[in-house]
Structures are given as C-alpha cells and as structure tokens.
Design a protein around this ligand. Sequence first.
Ligand SMILES: NC(=O)c1ccc[n+]([C@@H]2O[C@H](COP(=O)([O-])OP(=O)(O)OC[C@H]3O[C@@H](n4cnc5c(N)ncnc54)[C@H](O)[C@@H]3O)[C@@H](O)[C@H]2O)c1
Length: 300
Amino acid sequence: MPQQSRIVVVGAGTMGATLARLMASRDMSVTLLDIDRARLASCREAMSDDDVPSSQLDFTSDWQAVGNVSVVIESVTEDLDLKRRVLAEAERHVPAEALVMTNTSGLSIDALGQSMAHPERFVGAHFFNPADVVPAVEVVPGRLTHAATVEQTCRLLRRLGKRPAVLNKSVPGFVANRIQHALMRECLALLEQGVVEAEALDDIVRYSIGVRLAINGPLRQRDLNGLDTHLNIARYLYSDLEDRHTPSPLLETYVAEGRLGRKSGRGFFEWPADTAEAQSRQERELLVRLLALLEESASN
Ligand SMILES: NC(=O)c1ccc[n+]([C@@H]2O[C@H](COP(=O)([O-])OP(=O)(O)OC[C@H]3O[C@@H](n4cnc5c(N)ncnc54)[C@H](O)[C@@H]3O)[C@@H](O)[C@H]2O)c1
C-alpha cells in the first residue's frame, strides 16, 4: 500500500474514534465518516486537544467527500443489517481493489460479506478497546476472502504496531469473545448461586489466573502446570460447570434496571461520576505499563 493512501474509518464511536487517532498518529491519512454530525464534531474537538497531526485527519458524513480510498474499516454499531448496508455503500464509493475490513466483535464474516460485489477483499479485523493501546487484532477471513487480503491486512496492522493473529475460519464471537463469554457465564453463575461476592471474585481472578494469563496465555500456562493434572480436574468438574444457552437472569435484571456499569454509575460495583475519568485514565496507564513490561520480557 502506498504511504499516503487514504483510510476511511466508518463509525466515529468508541472504537472508530480511537482507530482514526491511532492511524493519524502513524502518519496515515484518515477520514472518519459517521452519519451523526454531532459525534463527528465532538471527535474533531477531542482530537484537536491531542497531539494527533490534524493534516492527516478528515471528518465527514458524506461518502462523496472521501476521495481516493485504499482501505475501509467498518466500525459502526454491532448490527448485521446495518453493517451490510454500510458495506454495500462503501463498495459503491471505493475502487474494487480497496481493502475492506470490519471491526465486528464476532458477527459472521460470511454473513456480512454475503451481498458484497467483491468479498475476496473483505476480512474481519477485530481490534480491542482502547484500540490505540491493546496490541492484539483478530484477523478473520470469510470463505471467499483471498489469502492476499489477509496478508495485506496483517502488513497494515504491523505498520500500526499491532499483533495480528489470524484465525483459520470465522466462528461466532471469534476467539476472544468466546473465551470472554465462557468466563463471564461461569462468573455470573457463581454470583447467582451465592458462592462468592463480586469483589472477592474479581480479586481471585485478577491475582491468580489473571496475572498468569497475561504472561503465558491459557495453553502455555496449562503446559507449565501439566496436562495430566488439568485432565484429572476436568473429569470431575465439567458436569458441574454452567452450560446455559441463554444469558444469565442476573445480567438481564441488571441491564433492565439500568445497571450498565461505569457508563451508568452502577454495574456489579458503584462508579461515582466524579471518579470515572480519573479511573479510566489510571486503567489506561496501567495497561501501557503492563504491556511495556511484557514486551521487555519478550525481547530478553
Ligand atoms: N466498544 C468496544 O469495546 C469494542 C471492541 C471491539 C470491537 N467493537 C466493535 O466495533 C464496532 C463499533 O463499536 P463501538 O463501541 O465503537 O460503537 P458505538 O456505538 O460507540 O459507535 C458506533 C458509531 O456508528 C455510527 N453509525 C451508525 N450507523 C452508521 C452509518 N450508517 N454510517 C456511518 N456511521 C454509522 C454511529 O453514529 C456511532 O457513532 C462494533 O461492531 C463493535 O462490536 C467494539
């Protein structure tokens, strides 16, 4: 890809805004496109406060205004029909050889690409929040995605300082969300059954499997522990684990009551509005420090 080709990020929400900031800070020309003009205006204002080079960034609601595009990153609301419409519109405005990615958290790449004219250049690129800090990106080909598309995507991601991890095929939730939801299904069941309080549960996970997972990943960690021991425990434990096929009633109740987490002031815990910003800044700083440590140890 030529150095100054234009990337269009569609959707200026939580993820799109950070993706645009990341790319502009890496000297790439980016257009952030959203139907919500107020959202675009607040992104423009937020980014003018940062040290993002403004010459690299454009904001628009109009596909006609985006010019010569080599990469599209679709990052609109997680809704299959909406994403299909957005992808169809993108295809009407970009050259047939442009790379088209979706930042879906786990919708089927084949279903999203079903009515695309050129599904061979379409691929999942699942970033994690905050996208300018977290290194991993799941790269998910559909059945019709060309190998060259996957390679081109990985090259672009490496230029962004990311760690692309390629899946062999698209499954719902990809890898990260499948694992996250399996973990949360069990956490919610433990709360519902009154086995443990929320604070203690987080403490156990953070200071035991949490820190070790960051260092080793689940499979390396099991190798270190011994697969025979894991099997012995799996034999008696699996029949007791939560295996429900619908979301937990506790989660349904919390959401129905408006307990959405930090953004509404209450979730499993209380989130006073006056500490929210400091808390999210601290979380970001910790992430950066932890990742620097991991990188340092990997290079030793
Ligand atoms: N938030 C996360 O932690 C996270 C992490 C990884 C991936 N994702 C995925 O990224 C995508 C975006 O998530 P988000 O959290 O940024 O959502 P969000 O709700 O914050 O933002 C979505 C944006 O899409 C815009 N939009 C809707 N319809 C549009 C259209 N037709 N054209 C242009 N823009 C349109 C909305 O105006 C909004 O600004 C989703 O697919 C989500 O699953 C989210």
